[in-house]
Write a protein that binds this ligand. Structure first.
Ligand code: ATP
Length: 316
């Protein structure tokens, strides 16, 4: 985490809607050139966080710093960040995608040939060519979302906030968006804070993941750390139920560090480990007992599974 210098930081931000505490002491930062995912179940507080950062709503206490300065009013600060709100609400529906892009570029003070080239570049990337002259209000949900993305990506923001960017996008465009974001980060060193329920998208582009649950941050670290919370190694053994029961006794004491499953369908036992030493001692135990090991694999846990398990652990 320390490899990135901070561009955005939130310090103990609280927000209540009446009696409901939507955000409770939210503190995190986003580094320069870093892509951070903010994930959480419906109603966990992601949009409230994004809207607080944009000053679209007033949070109750806490503070937000951008590039070393406390953000006290939205005006000048908003010129330096790109924002796509959930459901492409930030586009003018009576304007076409190009007019929208020009309008927003103008608001941020861009009105030159470079911006025209960038509009064309992103129109191409997002596959909006056919729709560039149609009113946004008459476009499909996915193409409206693409227009919202176009408006936030065309200039060179220091920070881009994307609230559900892949909502309604087809697979091809999601892939193109992913590549465009990675290219923009590599070429321009921009930072991104992305909320999404699309774990595959997050898995492919983010450096770090922040998990928010009922207005509180319950995880803030690399994707690797989130996935490796569960297990790294998996041993598959073809043996009888007795072996499974035998292993259960043998591996007692390690319960906290491994998971042992018997799959009735193909009579295999799988042992999942996170700790290399435990994996090695189990291997040697099995070898000494002449138990046939069908497969030994380095297991990469999916983002979905890692996330669901994290939430389950937090509810215990
Ligand atoms: P989703 O994934 O469904 O978009 P979210 O994580 O973005 O959810 P928020 O929209 O930030 O969640 O909502 C957080 C909580 O605040 C929810 O309980 C929601 O019902 C509540 N909430 C959000 N906006 C308002 C509002 N304007 N008035 C009252 N309550 C609100």
């Amino acid at each position: 985490m320390a490899k990135f210098k901070e561009i955005l930081s939130l310090n103990k931000v609280n927000k209540c809607y009446g009696d409901l505490q939507a955000l409770e002491n939210i503190s995190f930062s986003v580094g320069k050139g870093e892509i951070v995912a903010l994930i959480g179940n419906n109603g966990s507080g992601k949009t409230t966080t994004i809207r607080s950062i944009c000053h679209l709503l007033k949070y109750d206490t806490g503070n937000i710093h951008f590039d070393g300065q406390e953000v006290t009013e939205p005006g000048p600060y908003l010129k330096k960040i790109g924002v796509v709100l959930e459901g492409s609400r930030n586009c003018h529906w009576r304007l076409n995608p190009i007019q929208n892009a020009k309008y927003f570029a103008g608001l941020k003070g861009y009105n030159n040939s470079k911006i025209k080239q960038r509009i064309q570049y992103f129109i191409e990337i997002l596959g909006l060519n056919k729709y560039q002259n149609m009113e946004v209000g008459k476009l499909s949900t996915g193409n409206r979302q693409k227009t919202a993305l176009l408006c936030s990506l065309i200039f060179e923001p220091k920070l881009t906030l994307l609230d559900e960017p892949t909502l309604g996008l087809d697979i091809e465009t999601t892939e193109a968006l992913k590549n465009a974001i990675l290219k923009q980060v590599a070429n321009e060193g921009t930072s991104l804070l992305i909320t999404s329920h699309n774990m595959d998208f997050i898995d492919k582009i983010c450096d770090r993941v922040i998990v928010i649950e009922q207005g509180k941050i319950v995880f803030n670290d690399t994707l690797e750390k989130l996935k490796n919370r569960l297990y790294k190694y998996e041993l598959n053994i073809v043996e009888s139920k007795q072996t499974y029961e035998h292993l259960q006794t043998q591996l007692k004491g390690y319960e906290a560090d491994l998971s042992l499953d018997f799959n009735c369908r193909d009579a295999t036992t799988s042992i999942k480990f996170n700790d290399t030493n435990i994996a090695l001692s189990a291997l040697s135990y099995l070898h000494n007992k002449n138990i046939h090991i069908q497969e030994l694999s380095m297991h990469t846990c999916s983002m979905e599974k890692a996330y669901v398990e994290l939430l389950r652990d937090n509810k215990l």
